[in-house]
Design a protein around this ligand. Sequence first.
Ligand SMILES: Cc1cc2nc3c(=O)[nH]c(=O)nc-3n(C[C@H](O)[C@H](O)[C@H](O)COP(=O)(O)OP(=O)(O)OC[C@H]3O[C@@H](n4cnc5c(N)ncnc54)[C@H](O)[C@@H]3O)c2cc1C
Length: 390
Amino acid sequence: MVIVGAGLGGIRVAENLRNNGYTDPITLVGAETHPPYDRPPLSKSVLLGKDDRVDLKPAEFYDEAGITLRLGSEVTAVSPSDKTITLASGESIAYDHLVLATGLEPRPFPGLADRVEGVHMIRTYDDAVALREQIDSATDAVVIGAGFIGCEVAASLTARGLKVALVEPAPTPLALALGEEIGALVARLHTDNGVDLRTGVGVAEIVAPDGAVRAVTLDDGTELPADIVVVGIGSIPVTGFLEGSGIELADRAHGGGIACDATGRTSAADVYAVGDVANWLEDDTPRRVEHWNHTVDQASVVAHQIIGGDDAVVSAVPYFWSDQFDLKIQVLGAPRPDDEVHVVDDDGKKFLAYYSRDGILTAVVGAGKVGAVMRTRPKLQTPTPVADLR
Ligand SMILES: Cc1cc2nc3c(=O)[nH]c(=O)nc-3n(C[C@H](O)[C@H](O)[C@H](O)COP(=O)(O)OP(=O)(O)OC[C@H]3O[C@@H](n4cnc5c(N)ncnc54)[C@H](O)[C@@H]3O)c2cc1C
């Protein structure tokens, strides 16, 4: 058993295999030098200085579970015909079963070819530490992109005392994920906490005359001072190492990534994919999801496939969360930005909203409403008219 990518998906496949009686050798190959760690804290507690790296398993776990960790080892090629992978060092490793769990890399700011001092992107622990180390000597930060990671970073940098501008071309933060009505409530959260939120405007230029960032110029001509810039404009599935392998990729219109069936099987025999890089068929539609719980669910399904069982399924009710300032924003179900939104509770800070399509509940989104969100789960497991909840 060989697993490429020593992140959440990779370690969860390995752990599920061992917990379900798999006794063959397991090798977990990761490009980073760190053992598998949790990414959600990177934009939150790690930046706030409250946590350092959050390892997913204690150091002794790997020996005890008989899992060989090959860290600092980038996989550069896969050959399904002779069932081997190749590492950057040239070494090749044979597999009977292969799981691909290589995640994402952040989308760079267009045209910013070289490394510019003060410009950051956050995917890895090392990225988060590089940003954290600059906070104490900085005054002004500009966060480009108000998706989940951009919003979290803006909140964390504000809490660390920086003057933060958050720039987003859409009319509100999180508009693509949650629609503009709830996006406006998230906008309120940020402006109430002192973020200089600039929506409906793009970034024209990152100004770095001598290799270090000085400012960000917006499309409307405004120049925002910046000694830190964080680019949070989305991520790209890591699939370059599959070039020439014949393993099918999903088309970009459906999210790209590695094309899989409904149980994680790729187009190559005995090769599976899980996590952010994987594009599984869900209800006959290719879908790539970039959330923690979804990765954990997929890892369990794939481990069951490999062992020979077929009883595990991806959770029928998707879930993810985001921590911004002192609020936990939770999303249960599958909201679409064009769903009808029913805000049923809003005290000016915390809120609860139902989403519906053709009158049927599709999702619940809450901020600071943990109990209320979770109580809705049974209603999302069967078609429920939203009118029944109001
Ligand atoms: C800053 C941040 C905050 C987040 N916050 C939340 C949150 O609040 N809620 C939520 O639901 N989700 C959140 N997520 C998403 C969640 O962390 C991911 O869904 C999850 O980590 C996906 O796991 P994965 O195994 O697919 O990928 P990853 O955890 O990214 O692991 C992939 C690993 O593969 C390695 N790799 C890549 N290419 C190769 C190669 N060629 N050879 C060997 N190794 C390779 C990478 O180095 C990496 O270590 C957040 C993500 C980030 C980055």
